[in-house]
Write a protein that binds this ligand. Sequence first.
Ligand code: ZN
Length: 65
Amino acid sequence: MDRPATRTVACPSCKGPSVYAESNRWRPFCSERCRSVDLGAWASERFRVPAETPPGDDDAVRSEH
Ligand SMILES: [Zn+2]
């Protein structure tokens, strides 16, 4: 049994099979949609992390909430 030329990984977004090869420009995601969904979630996660906020902006962000 020949080793497959391409390997698949679980798409981080939909957990479906994603071709991890140069032919898949969205790797490790299975599609552009999954990549943008995941990046959007990651960006909003990051936005909520206080450590990622510069000290000078911290009070301004808190006062808005
Ligand atoms: Zn996916």
